[in-house]
Write a protein that binds this ligand. Structure first.
Ligand SMILES: NC(=O)c1ccc[n+]([C@@H]2O[C@H](COP(=O)([O-])OP(=O)(O)OC[C@H]3O[C@@H](n4cnc5c(N)ncnc54)[C@H](OP(=O)(O)O)[C@@H]3O)[C@@H](O)[C@H]2O)c1
Length: 333
């Protein structure tokens, strides 16, 4: 392959709050010639994930760490354009930690996955990738929904929440979603949610009581913060709280505030359990078969919010952290 320029966005420093442009630096260097066992991937789509914000903190989070001076850590997919590794044939699509850059050099040590030929690269980052897997395992393995139960979802119109809610409908549950805009709440009703509530409403407690008259059997929590506290106070006997994410505090580097209403777990014999989707890596195939089937028969709808251009990656991340995304946020390069 001819030597080509490689535009990159480096993390410059650990952000104190929302990561503004001063946290990043755009540089251009050359794609090196591939050595034995290496391959060069032309990055095509970057996954924009709330967790990237906490990967930027000193020490990172959940085994992922964005390091100042290096391209900002990001999952992504791209095409192999040069290779001296039989695992990565020319033209194959590969996913992995490709980072905010136009070209990624993969080595034997990189954890990657090769997409099947028929896979849609964008969907492989969302409904048929990390978000689908997260919704599936969090809901079914930890939430353990029973038909007729009430499932409450926070950040319900997001990439993960919208899928978790629809899976709960497929499981025969009543589903109530919390979302930040009227347009998102309308979409949740179109998806078949039984109710969609504004989590910023001063009347949220009353609205929740109306929507969940028998309490909350499963709370699939993507946000933490006030929603978690309120949901705990409405937990039904034997309720399960699935701790998927805590986006309400990701921009806050201070000591996180825990749920004040945790004693409801005692009273209601409840369970609150966190998980990381990678815990289920050896069972992804099991979930993928089901997710592909539900997407194909129309029972699982998905939305992608695609922005174009590497330079827009920082703003795409800020949009997710502010709730300005409509579905799975992806940057197309
Ligand atoms: N455990 C795991 O393995 C795993 C894997 C993937 C994702 N996650 C977690 O799942 C959650 C959702 O991730 P996603 O990728 O699907 O993103 P997403 O839901 O598509 O986007 C994040 C959404 O969070 C909401 N939000 C932002 N700030 C908020 C705040 N202060 N309070 C309440 N809601 C807020 C916004 O929706 P509104 O407009 O409704 O506010 C925003 O659209 C995140 O917490 C993420 O870390 C966990």
């Amino acid at each position: 392959m001819d030597l080509v320029n490689n535009r990159k966005i480096l993390l410059r420093e650990h952000p104190a709050a929302e990561p503004d442009d001063s946290c990043f630096e755009i540089v251009t260097d050359r794609v090196p010639r591939v050595g034995p066992g290496q391959a060069v991937v032309r990055v095509r789509y970057l996954s924009v994930d709330p967790a990237q914000r906490i990967w930027m903190n000193p020490g990172g989070a959940y085994g992922f760490e964005a390091t100042p001076g290096l391209p900002m850590l990001s999952l992504g997919v791209g095409e192999v354009v040069d290779s001296r590794n039989p695992r990565y044939p020319l033209g194959a699509w590969v996913g992995g930690k490709l980072c905010w850059q136009q070209y990624a050099v993969l080595t034997e040590a990189d954890e990657t996955w090769v997409l099947p030929e028929e896979a849609d690269p964008v969907l492989s980052l969302g409904v048929l990738g990390m978000n689908g897997q997260t919704a599936y395992w969090g809901l079914f393995d930890i939430g353990k929904p029973v038909p007729g139960e009430t499932v409450l979802i926070s950040a319900a119109a997001g990439a993960t929440g919208s899928l978790a809610g629809q899976l709960a409908r497929i499981a025969g549950c009543r589903v109530v979603g919390l979302a930040g805009t009227a347009a998102k709440r309308d979409w949740l009703l179109e998806l078949g949610f039984d109710a969609a509530l504004d989590y910023r409403s001063p009347d949220l407690a009353k609205l929740l009581d109306e929507a969940c008259p028998d309490g909350v059997n499963v709370f699939f929590d993507n946000t933490g913060g006030p929603a978690l506290d309120l949901a705990l106070t409405r937990l039904a006997l034997g309720g399960r709280v699935v701790l998927c994410g805590a986006i309400a505090s990701y921009n806050d580097n201070g000591k996180p505030v825990g749920p004040a209403a945790y004693r409801m777990l005692i009273r209601q014999r409840g369970v609150m359990q966190g998980f990381i989707v990678m815990d289920y890596a050896d069972r992804y195939g099991e979930a993928l078969t089901k997710l592909v089937g539900w997407v194909a028969d129309g029972s699982l709808k998905h939305r992608e919010d695609v922005v174009h251009g590497l330079d827009n990656a920082p703003e795409a991340l800020r949009r997710v952290l502010r709730g300005d995304n409509e579905g799975k946020m992806v940057v197309a390069l």
